[in-house]
Design a protein around this ligand. Structure first.
Ligand SMILES: NC(=O)c1ccc[n+]([C@@H]2O[C@H](COP(=O)([O-])OP(=O)(O)OC[C@H]3O[C@@H](n4cnc5c(N)ncnc54)[C@H](OP(=O)(O)O)[C@@H]3O)[C@@H](O)[C@H]2O)c1
Length: 133
């Protein structure tokens, strides 16, 4: 897929609300092309609509950053050149924070998959397409 002639392209994970959506809007106002994701299809569609109305070219991909196939889809959707990767999606885990002695391991595993492994995996996937890398 050729991306020549387009504005810069950013992948922003977790862009359906909060900081990710605010950052996506700021990039949209500056002419960036956006690839955004979130797990909730309805929330992501609302964000895609708002970002498109703000003038951005937006590809919205529903999915979980913890899943390898979804990460591949995000990078493919960005095209041959990725100018910015924002690993914004994250989860809080057990709340209020329990003592480690009591922390449910299946929850901690999920936290590590989303907050630590997925961002690094996306960096590894995106780097070959990053300008100047
Ligand atoms: N809010 C704060 O006070 C604060 C302070 C310091 C740092 N931060 C950091 O800033 C970032 C954003 O915080 P926020 O408060 O804006 O968060 P938020 O309002 O909870 O939004 C999180 C976004 O990430 C998405 N998301 C969560 N898990 C995902 C997953 N596994 N795969 C794909 N998308 C996922 C959510 O959509 P779905 O749930 O539909 O997937 C949502 O779009 C986080 O990394 C957070 O740690 C926040």
């Amino acid at each position: 897929m050729s991306t020549a002639g387009r504005g810069p392209t950013a992948i922003v994970t977790g862009a359906s609300r909060g900081l990710g959506l605010a950052l996506a809007h700021a990039l949209a106002q500056r002419g960036w092309r956006l690839v955004v994701d979130a797990r909730s299809a309805d929330d992501l569609e609302a964000a895609r609509t708002a970002l498109t109305q703000a003038g951005a070219e937006v590809v919205a991909v529903v999915g979980d950053v913890a899943e390898s196939r979804h990460r591949g889809t995000l990078v493919q959707a960005a095209g041959e050149r990725i100018d910015l990767l924002v690993n914004n999606a994250s989860v809080l885990g057990a709340s209020p924070l329990p003592a480690l002695a009591d922390y449910p391991l299946e929850v901690l595993e999920q936290v590590f998959r989303i907050n630590a492994i997925a961002p690094l995996a996306l960096v590894q996937l995106a780097l070959p397409r990053a300008r100047g890398s």
